[in-house]
Design a binder for this molecule. Structure first.
Ligand code: NAG
Ligand code: NAG
Ligand code: NAG
Ligand code: NAG
Length: 274
């Protein structure tokens, strides 16, 4: 756990940083051009500098939620769950550095002048009590995702930066997650396949998987359902050349099968969206 004193010290450091609105993704003094070309989860990644290629958690998942109760976010947008680093074999580490488990995410983002990023997160990165944190706020979810997953990213450690400033790597985590989410309009992908939220129609798992696989250039995402056979999540998988922030994301397949029923998957309209 991060101490309260640490939080106060960290936040006072941000006051001098309001001009640093757009931290540079790469730092040439730490990573060479060649380093940044190594693709994660390839043999070359095993011996490469892990500040420049994600290792050993070289499989990145941008995960998105769809929920109908109580209905969070716009009725025609999936929302963000998180950005997760899995090992190349599909198992995964969690909570890797308690000394960087920053709990004051809003303050950190504001300190770095990231109000646009924060606005996006407030609209489209929502805690969904049925799926993520029972009783949690949206900011609790952001903290949880950073603490559990972000702190396990090898290319987001302070030693990856030439001129590191307090908690900057957390800003990079949130900025990159939103960057990826903006490019994954899952609602539109499904709608283009004729798969739209409905109380009466249901869908075959193969139709859902085929649709998101085609949208993903052939890499099969993980399509997740609740125990009631209701579609709740899609997880998009990548290998990565370069760092989490600003690296090249190469789409790939899920490491484990969908838990949705073969037939009769429900994709329900959001209720009372706000
Ligand atoms: C998966 O990879 C990680 C990291 O390389 C390793 O620690 C773990 O034992 C592996 N798990 C399995 C089931 O092979
Ligand atoms: C959530 O809040 C309810 C009502 O206050 C409480 O009974 C429950 O224990 C809480 N659950 C968790 C996981 O904190
Ligand atoms: C779907 O069912 C819910 C709950 O019965 C209802 O509130 C909602 O209006 C229905 N939505 C549509 C689009 O029919
Ligand atoms: C995904 O899996 C399919 C089927 O096994 C395979 O043909 C394809 O090459 C894989 N795609 C990627 C990007 O790994």
């Amino acid at each position: 756990m991060v101490s309260f004193r640490h939080v106060l010290l960290a936040s006072s450091a941000f006051l001098t940083l309001t001009s640093a609105t757009n931290p540079r993704p790469h730092d040439t003094s730490v990573c060479s051009r060649q380093d940044l070309k190594v693709l994660s989860c390839t043999p070359a990644a095993l011996t490469a500098n892990d500040r420049c290629v994600e290792s050993p958690s070289g499989l990145l998942l941008l995960t998105q939620l769809w929920n109908s109760d109580p209905g969070l976010g716009p009725p025609d947008r999936w929302t963000i769950h998180g950005l997760w680093p899995d090992y190349c074999n599909g198992s995964y580490p969690v909570s890797c550095d308690t000394s960087r488990a920053y709990s004051n995410i809003i303050e950190i983002l504001e300190g770095y002048g990231q109000s646009r990023l924060l606005n996006y997160m407030r609209k489209l990165w929502r805690n969904d009590p049925a799926i993520t944190l029972t009783n949690g706020t949206d900011a609790d979810l952001w903290y949880h995702e950073w603490e559990k997953h972000g702190t396990c990213m090898s290319t987001l450690r302070p030693s990856c930066y030439r001129s590191y400033t307090s908690a900057r790597e957390a800003v990079d985590y949130f900025a990159q997650t939103v960057f990826l989410d903006r490019r994954l309009p899952t609602y539109d992908y499904l709608a283009e396949c004729g798969i739209v939220p409905s109380n009466s129609s249901t869908y075959a798992r193969a139709a859902l998987e085929g649709c998101v696989r085609d949208a993903n250039g052939g890499g099969l995402p993980h399509v997740h359902c609740s125990r009631q056979g209701v579609l709740t999540e899609v997880w998009w998988y990548y290998h990565l050349a370069g760092r989490v922030k600003g690296g090249k994301y190469v789409r790939t397949n899920t490491t484990f099968p969908s838990n949705c029923p073969a037939e009769g998957v429900k994709y329900l309209p959001k209720l009372g969206s706000h």
